[in-house]
Write a protein that binds this ligand. Structure first.
Ligand code: MEV
Length: 406
């Protein structure tokens, strides 16, 4: 499709009445200048749409912002195979974030902890006095010993559990922590140091699963080879990091498109990958009795559809409309599906023809377009470029004109 055709397709299939072109206009310098310090310009990243996704029985178009070729194609292809067996099944747990208030220098840690718990109600009321939309629902307290070489002694961490609903919630949780900090200091007679949310959002878990038809993915030998790929990613950190990088190709691309804090997502995801003390694959893979491949992903995902960048950037708002999510949980499920799809596509390619062949096929198409090929000619030229192994616009131009000489 041409760009205009793609936008028309979105208008009908995602039922958009907005002025899409206007929403896709890059931010202005003035926008940038009001967002960050010492701004000098805008860094642009391509925004595309992954297709074929069915998540919990619903067709979804997945907006992805990425500079990496093949990512969107790979996700779409994986989703197409997953669709044969019904697509992706996903679920998201609570929408709770944890905020931490660190207290040091208390006389008796045990007494201080008891006092905090006895004042739980007042502390929660104080936290909730600052926000109407998000709610602190619980407060817990932990005792920690400094295990750094500086040996700073014992400390306690007062943790607020906050239901941030459809917001990512960083600002609200940080404000709540700062609001209760003086009270915490007074109650414990200690010194409050840090007051900040935790990006390890273990009370905001998302899970997603898909079955990939054995025949459609190339037969039982490929399934077997994919299980070997998973074995390496589970057992070896050097492979696990690359395996998870492929997963984050999908998750980050949706995060960027929809205006999420992708650094927070990355940090939380990698900590979760190392939850048993060893950094492992974020996905698990096994085979059904019938020989199909089953992939599952589980990770913490703190995302929002209100507040943050989503309100500052019209393209992020448009991406959310395209995705058709009505809650942060739905967004998290779509991101998990994109991550699982990306991982499937990568390990399938790696376990069969390798990834370079697919990359070069796409590269050949790009060269064909740059050489002026249009419509059906694009594939014909790309095929010849790839077959001859001459990936230059010059040779694509020659191939194109020879097509029309005939
Ligand atoms: C490249 O961006 C991602 C891969 O390296 C992921 C993987 O190796 O699984 C292909």
């Amino acid at each position: 499709m041409s760009r205009a055709e793609r936008l028309d397709y979105l208008r009908t299939s995602a039922d958009l009445s907005e002025n899409i072109e206007a929403m896709l206009k890059p931010l202005t310098f003035e926008d940038a200048d009001s967002m960050v310090e010492n701004a000098i310009g805008i860094m642009s990243i391509p925004l595309g749409i992954a297709t074929n996704f069915v998540i919990n029985g619903k067709d979804r178009l997945i907006p992805m912002a990425t500079e990496e070729p093949s990512v969107i194609a790979a996700a779409s292809k994986a989703a197409k195979i997953a669709k044969i067996k019904g697509g992706f099944t996903a679920e998201a747990g609570g929408s709770f974030m944890i905020g931490q208030v660190q207290v040091v220098g208390v006389g008796s840690v045990k007494d201080a902890m008891g006092k905090i718990l006895r004042n739980k109600k007042q502390l929660l009321a104080a936290a909730n006095s600052k926000s109407r939309s998000v709610v602190a629902i619980d407060l817990q307290v932990r005792r920690l010993r400094d295990s750094s070489p500086n040996k700073m002694g014992e400390m306690i961490v007062v943790e607020l559990v906050v239901d941030t609903k459809d917001a990512m919630g960083a600002n609200a949780v940080n404000s709540m922590c700062e609001t209760i900090a003086p009270m915490v200091g007074k109650i414990t007679q200690g010194e409050v140091v840090l007051k900040i949310l935790s990006n390890y959002a273990t009370k905001r878990m998302v899970r997603c699963k898909a079955i990939f038809d054995m025949e459609a993915l190339g037969g039982s030998e490929i399934v077997e080879r994919i299980l070997y790929a998973y074995a390496l990613a589970y057992s070896d950190v050097y492979r696990a990091v690359t395996h998870n990088k492929g997963i984050m190709n999908g998750i980050d691309a949706v995060a960027l498109a929809t205006g999420q804090d992708f650094r927070a997502i990355e940090a939380g995801a990698h900590a979760y990958a190392a939850r048993d003390g060893t950094y492992r694959s974020l996905t698990t893979w096994h085979r059904t009795r019938g020989g199909d491949l089953v992939g599952e992903i589980e990770l913490p995902l703190a995302v929002g559809i209100v507040g943050g960048v989503t309100s500052a950037n019209p393209a992020a708002r448009l991406a959310l409309r395209i995705l058709g999510t009505t809650s942060a949980k739905e967004l998290a499920m779509a991101m998990a599906a994109a991550g699982l799809a990306q991982n499937f596509a990568a390990i399938r390619a790696l376990a069969s023809e390798g990834i370079q062949k697919g990359h070069m096929r796409l590269h050949a198409r790009k060269i064909a377009v740059m050489a002026g090929a249009k419509g059906m000619d694009v594939d014909a030229v790309a095929k010849k470029v790839a077959a001859e192994g001459k990936f230059t616009t010059g040779s694509a131009r020659q191939i194109l004109s020879s097509l029309h000489d005939k």
